[in-house]
Design a protein around this ligand. Structure first.
Ligand code: PLP
Length: 835
């Protein structure tokens, strides 16, 4: 197989490599590593399914028509095939079709809670959230087993701490494989529980959550006596499609489910409603009694295609198991071998047994880990995710729907989780590091169609961006000469009248007002989704870059044009008055509560334009239902939330840096700019960045100033002075000296207080003229400007406290005034969201 000596590419599985481009065209150009989330579906599955859809007339089952009979027969056949897929005999098992594994769990819980005295619930700490949630229905108490050993002790009857009353009905549930790190748990617990003398006569049932296991492993239910009573799974995790799940019930445990109270259409023989109320449940089979309403017949038809296609492509689950195990071992070995220049390891992998990746009995093809830099600081998972997006790698980060596993592996105590929650941590948000500890993980998972190339590309990605070599510098320290920087001049000024849309260049030499909330007319408007009222952003709608607002003072209009990058002829324009004339907006009161929009997650009172043609203009162009909204006038109802621009941690690491204690500043009014009133970048820093981009690869694309969406671009006035890239990071103040304006220059200078560096995300990769994404400049920024796990470029600022207005024009001279060391303070808070 391997051909390391000859240096040939390592072809481990030519069959999978050959079928991949043909069967999984959606995986072209991407490294898909979230098979534990869902695996992609094969093209032949969809082809076969669509052929069957076209050829068959499927009626609602259980009536006499031929179309109905066709459906009934098809469903019966597929039900049997599902049992056969798991080697389960229809004599001992029944299959109940459900929406997904979670719905299967809920059905079991719904029936158990109707037992007299309720039910007792025991679950393993590795349980998926959907399994943990069952405890809320367990009226007779619940217990979380914090380790395998705790389960073993309990099985041996040595544990009385579970507080279970042996007369009440009970359920013990656990995952066959952890969805967090792929650890496989013993399958023998169900049979041991059933056979154990300690549990004789007690009505205790077992539920095995196989949703994670069955995507890359066979599940053999041949021995009904040792099988779990209830087995749940989701088919999309095995085949990618259909979105359907199953609850496999051991027939001996069927009576438990008959306690369910609700009955739906299709589950009863007779129902009376008038004068008397009674019903008779169907008595033929369990699935007929609990499959409420019309079966998802088309999904079941798709499942038939899925089962047969999967067999044709991959032969058996056993093959998939050994293929994915082999790849996972390769990936594990490579990731765990990565070292920084000083020998410290890069990946901390969450696994109980380092050797487990050789053994498919105890380990599935999933790796959960966190990254550390060479001095042992955690790398923020949010940053890893941003880079993965730029590099077209699909992975999962965060809490992974596994509360017990995450808390145990990360050593998070309940008080810490409470504190993190109070500090704003929520499922799926944030940086992933709070109080010096990660709050989540990175998870990569493999599937049947994963290849050796996926492994190599991913390892290279980690090596490239996160392994620090001897010459590693995150952020170039400032040169001594930079202390007193030579003057800059204003090269260009840009405002973004509509948040996240294109910029409008302020005409040359036109003095422009600076207000406490930023440059005049900057982010006065935004686009809001008509359904959610969320403000739209370029991150999700890159085409917003092509919407070009301009301000027409002569006629008093905001004009918006769109550029069609593919054709020079199609472009359309719309305009709204600059004055906030109340008659153009949706009347207040009528919708006022529902119309409060959310900007970056915060409720903000916006006024949406009533005009249908305005809504149509933006909705048609962006292909999403949205319209224009205006923020309340800055003078009256300023948002007073404190600016989120904070000082960056790296500033602590160098001398001559800018440290202001933010708490000493008055709350700073800001509009929609989200981070701070004014964003400034310098040409010197951009040139330096572009030289590095070109240095990494000659065909890499140099960054244009527009991608940084700055308000002010500065260039060094004197071309004979050596360039001073990134000197702006050390400024405390920017003094703007007007050129050729009336009055004594110095007296009319405007001072801008610097509020810290600007944290960047992959949005800087959107070309503002074409709306196309590429990996630069974020890839190079991440290599050269990452500090404290975050990526920085440009500086935030705002009018010096107390001033009502200042002005700036292209050509003005700007002096950057660096921090006086004697005044420096520490500041630890660094959250700021680039947008
Ligand atoms: C995915 C998963 C679930 C939930 O599956 P749904 O399809 O979302 O219901 C439950 N348990 C485990 C172990 C899983 O991997």
């Amino acid at each position: 197989m391997s051909n390391l000596e000859t240096g040939e590419p390592f072809h481990y599985n030519r069959t999978v490599e050959a079928l991949r481009p043909r069967e999984y065209p959606t995986l072209k150009g991407t490294v898909y590593l979230d098979h534990a989330g869902t695996t992609p579906y094969a093209k032949s599955l969809v082809d076969d399914f669509s052929q069957n859809m076209i050829l068959n007339l499927l009626g609602n089952p259980h009536s006499g028509s031929t179309s109905s009979q066709t459906s009934t027969c098809m469903v019966d056949d597929v039900r049997l095939k599902v049992l056969q897929f798991f080697n389960a005999s229809p004599d001992f098992f029944d299959v109940v079709f459900v929406a997904n594994a979670t719905a299967g769990i809920k059905l079991v819980v719904e029936a158990l809670r109707e037992h007299a005295g309720g039910f007792w619930y025991g679950y393993h700490k590795d349980a998926h959230t959907s399994l943990v949630g069952a405890r809320q229905s367990a009226a007779a108490g619940h217990h979380c087993f914090e380790s395998d050993a705790a389960v073993e002790t309990w099985l041996r009857g040595k544990d009385s701490s579970t507080g279970r009353d042996s007369k009440t009905v009970a359920l013990f549930a656990y995952p066959a494989q952890s969805n967090m790190n792929g650890r496989r748990l013993p399958l023998s617990w169900s049979s041991r529980l059933r056979r154990s003398k300690n549990f004789e006569g007690s009505r205790i049932y077992t539920l095995l959550d196989t949703a994670a296991l069955v995507s890359s492993s066979p599940l053999n239910l041949r021995d009904a006596a040792s099988a779990p009573d209830f087995t749940v799974l989701s088919f999309y995790k095995i085949f990618g499609f259909p979105d359907l799940g199953a609850l496999i019930v051991r027939k001996e445990a069927e009576p438990v489910l008959q306690h369910r109270r609700y009955f739906g259409g299709g589950t009863v023989e007779m129902v009376t409603c008038l004068k008397e109320q009674w019903h008779i449940k169907k008595a033929t089979s369990l699935h007929e009694q609990i499959e409420d309403g019309t079966l998802p017949i088309h999904s079941i038809l798709a499942l038939n295609s899925a089962l047969s296609t999967h067999r044709k492509l991959f032969t058996s689950m056993r093959h998939i198991s050994s293929h994915t195990s082999f790849l996972a071992k390769q990936l594990y070995d490579r990731l765990s071998a990565l070292r920084h220049h000083n020998g410290s390891s890069v990946c901390l992998i969450y696994t109980d047994a380092p050797s487990s990746y050789n053994n498919s009995q105890i380990q599935g093809p999933v790796i959960a880990f966190n990254l550390r830099d060479s001095v042992g600081e955690w790398v923020s998972n949010a940053e890893v995710e941003k880079l993965a997006v730029v590099k077209n790698i699909q992975l999962r980060t965060g809490g992974l729907c596994n509360p017990g596993g995450i808390a145990a592996s990360l050593g998070l105590d309940p008080w810490e989780m409470k504190e993190n929650f109070s500090a704003g941590q929520r499922c799926g948000n944030g940086d992933g590091i709070m109080h010096g500890k990660p709050t989540g993980m990175i998870r990569v998972s493999l599937g049947a169609m994963s290849t050796m190339e996926d492994i190599s590309l991913f390892t290279t990605f980690i090596e490239d961006f996160f392994v620090e070599g001897p010459d590693h510098v995150s952020v170039a320290p400032l040169e001594d000469s930079v202390q007193i920087s030579s003057p800059f001049c204003v090269e260009s000024l840009t405002i973004y009248p509509i948040k996240s849309c294109g910029g409008w260049t302020i005409p040359s030499r036109m003095p422009w007002a600076i207000r406490p909330e930023g440059l005049a007319w900057d982010r006065e408007w935004c686009l809001v989704h008509l359904g959610t009222h969320e403000a739209l952003s370029q991150k999700r709608y890159p085409k917003m870059a092509l919407l070009r607002p301009s301000i027409d003072f002569t006629n008093g209009f905001l004009r918006v044009r769109y550029e069609n990058p593919t054709s020079s002829t199609t472009s359309a324009e719309i305009s709204v008055p600059l004055s906030a004339d109340p008659s153009v907006f949706h009347p207040e009161g009528l919708h006022s509560s529902s119309r409060s929009s959310r900007v970056c997650g915060e409720a903000t009172a916006t006024k949406t334009y009533a005009s249908d043609s305005v809504a149509a203009f933006f909705s048609d162009f962006l292909e999403t239902p949205c319209t224009l909204a205006r923020f309340p006038s800055s003078s009256t109802t300023l948002s007073t939330r404190q600016s989120k621009a904070h000082l960056q941690p790296h500033q602590r690491n160098y001398r001559k840096t800018n440290q202001i204690d933010l708490s000493s500043l008055a709350p700073r009014p800001i509009l929609l700019s989200n981070e701070s009133p004014i964003l400034t970048i310098t040409r010197s820093s951009l040139d330096n960045l572009n030289a590095r981009i070109k240095g990494r690869s000659t065909d890499a694309k140099a960054a244009d100033t527009s991608v940084f969406r700055a308000n002010i671009v500065l260039a060094q006035s004197d071309s004979n002075v050596p360039a001073q890239p990134y000197c702006e990071d050390s400024w405390r103040l920017m003094r703007i000296i007007p050129q050729r304006r009336e009055g004594p220059d110095e007296a009319r200078a405007t001072e801008i207080e610097m509020l810290g560096s600007c944290r960047r995300c992959q949005m800087v990769c959107i070309d503002q003229t074409t709306a196309k994404k590429n990996e630069e400049p974020f890839a190079t920024l991440s290599k050269t400007r990452r500090m404290g796990g975050k990526v920085w470029f440009g500086v935030h600022g705002g009018l010096v406290g107390g001033r009502r207005e200042g002005s700036i024009a292209v050509g003005d001279t700007v002096h950057g005034i660096a921090e006086d060391m004697s005044q420096s303070h520490e500041n630890g808070d660094t959250r700021c969201e680039a947008n």
